[in-house]
Design a protein around this ligand. Structure first.
Ligand code: THU
Length: 145
């Protein structure tokens, strides 16, 4: 993976938003709270946290919960996502979340943090050859917005 050191204040703010929402996580089973914050071109940030369930497989990750909230607010073109898990350790997005976010912008920046600071990846590096509407072939099945 092609890691890039990030120092810009917009990424610092984005990571702070991810840490803030992490306090709302519902993680009584894993005790692993996660927060995600997604940045849009108008500067707006939409956040989400992980939401677990006694039926473990129903757990929703922070990244997907944030992206769902964004779509509900008519925001479908994310520029960057910051993910905050355990303090001082990287919390790379799971495979399902990589694919979920790929739908909306394969080029988006994924902002992570460890003890050394913020690092960024392009989503398409984290998910090479992700599945997209292009693979569906039939024009009528493709999303128009
Ligand atoms: N989790 C996330 O919310 N995002 C990730 O990127 C990795 C994992 C959550 C799912 C589960 O609630 C907990 O972290 C432990 O796997």
């Amino acid at each position: 993976m092609e890691a890039q050191l990030l120092t810009e204040s917009k990424y610092v703010r984005l990571m702070q938003a991810a840490k803030d929402v992490r306090t709302s996580a519902y993680a009584p089973y894993s005790h692993f709270p996660v927060g995600a914050a997604i940045l849009f071109s108008d500067g707006e940030i939409v956040t989400g946290c992980n939401v677990e369930n006694a039926s473990f497989g129903l757990t929703v990750c922070a990244e997907r919960s944030a992206m769902c909230a964004a779509v509900a607010a008519s925001k479908k073109h994310p520029l960057a996502v910051a993910i905050a898990g355990e303090e001082g350790k990287l919390c790379p997005p799971c495979g399902a979340c990589r694919q979920f976010l790929y739908e909306f912008n394969p080029q988006m920046t994924v902002v992570l943090e460890d003890a050394a600071g913020l690092i960024g990846y392009q989503l398409s590096e984290l998910l090479p050859a992700g599945f997209s509407a292009d693979e569906l072939g039939e024009e009528k099945n493709k999303c128009k917005n």
